[in-house]
Design a protein around this ligand. Structure first.
Ligand SMILES: [Zn+2]
Length: 341
């Protein structure tokens, strides 16, 4: 087990990587703990939960609403929660986002922690202190920055996941390797079979490195202004694909990484050979690298999102493997690129 701590102005958080779910009690207060989870997790693990009141939401993005948020707040009031209560989220990204938002606003903020049960939540959603809910189809429109006291990541819990969810998490792991760690990239190339079989040691290493990379970036730029944009690698294009197709986040990120790598090659920042290495790795991890979707439509969707601010966007490009640069690109340049490829 490894403990990593993350220090931000919004608080200090301890990441417990490779810790067993069975040891959860050691990190919780003795009383006034309230648990939020979803029905999938409850089905597998409810019998092993600590003995505290539990609120069960429906799994999936549709639960990240103000309505579910207020239902949880009302439930907390009914159960007698107060300022000294502790909220624990056990689940994937949706449970973590929602729990973090409830905890950071209920009675102006109570302490909270997570047991991250999906690979995506372990490597991404649980780290960085961002939380919130969606509004009218817009993601994370209402939210706060607030750090959980702890995030427990038990690789054994990933075994209960549907395979697709595991694959989804790989995209974010590859992203972290591309941003900052060529050795991690090589590890993935050499061990993709072991990783796909969700071998605990391999997963623990990848979660640890992912979290370290993200933590370093987040600590340097908690409020999402400069350095943190690097974490958006593959996401500008990926989010637009997600909006247009409704495909799972990890798959869209993978398609976004392919687009970004191709763009980086055309800008002379990435070797063709490294582009091919990335394509092979994504395919080996069963992630998609192309999609039957008109790229002009994707660029139009990006433009629609950005229009209000300016005609250019900060695009994160790959500079070799393990390094990225931020470049301002005009939307016209992007349009030309997809038209003349
Ligand atoms: Zn993501």
């Amino acid at each position: 087990m490894e403990q990593l701590s993350i220090n931000c102005t919004s608080g200090e958080s301890t990441l417990l990587i490779g810790e067993k779910f069975a040891n959860l009690n050691g990190y919780l207060p003795n009383e006034k703990v309230f648990i939020v989870t979803d029905s999938n997790i409850a089905l597998h693990y409810l019998v092993n939960f600590p003995q505290f009141p539990v609120y069960i939401i429906e799994p999936g993005e549709a639960s990240k609403t103000v309505i579910v948020y207020s239902k949880i707040c009302r439930w907390l009031l009914d159960e007698g929660a107060d300022r000294s209560s502790f909220l624990l989220g056990i689940g994937g990204g949706v449970v973590c986002d929602l729990t973090g938002f409830v905890a950071s606003t209920f009675m102006r903020g109570i302490e909270f922690g997570f047991v991250a049960t999906s690979l995506l939540a372990q490597v991404d959603a649980s780290v960085g202190g961002k939380n919130g809910v969606n509004l009218d189809g817009f993601k994370n429109i209402i939210g706060t920055f607030s750090q959980p006291k702890f995030v427990l990541c038990d690789p054994e819990m990933l075994g209960a996941l549907p395979r697709e969810e595991l694959i989804n998490g790989f995209a974010e792991i590859v992203k972290h390797a591309l941003i900052a760690d060529v050795e991690m990239f090589k590890f993935l190339e050499a061990n993709f079979e072991t990783v796909k079989a969700s071998n605990s040691l391999a997963i623990e290493y990848l979660v640890k490195r992912s979290v370290e990379i993200k933590t370093q970036i987040v600590e340097a730029d908690e409020r999402d202004r400069g350095e943190r944009r690097k974490l958006n690698l593959g996401h500008t294009y990926g989010h637009a694909v997600e909006k247009l197709t409704g495909l799972p986040h990890g798959q869209c990120v993978s398609i976004g990484l392919e687009f970004t790598a191709r763009l980086s090659v055309s800008k002379g920042l990435l070797d063709k050979r490294d582009y091919m290495r990335l394509m092979n790795l994504l395919k080996d991890l069963e992630l998609p690298v192309c999609i039957s979707l008109n790229p002009i439509k994707v660029i139009d969707t990006i433009a629609k999102d950005k229009k209000k601010t300016s005609n250019s966007i900060d695009f994160i490009l790959m500079k070799g493997i393990g390094n990225v640069v931020v470049e301002k690109l005009s939307l016209n340049e992007l349009r030309e690129f997809v038209e003349h490829k």
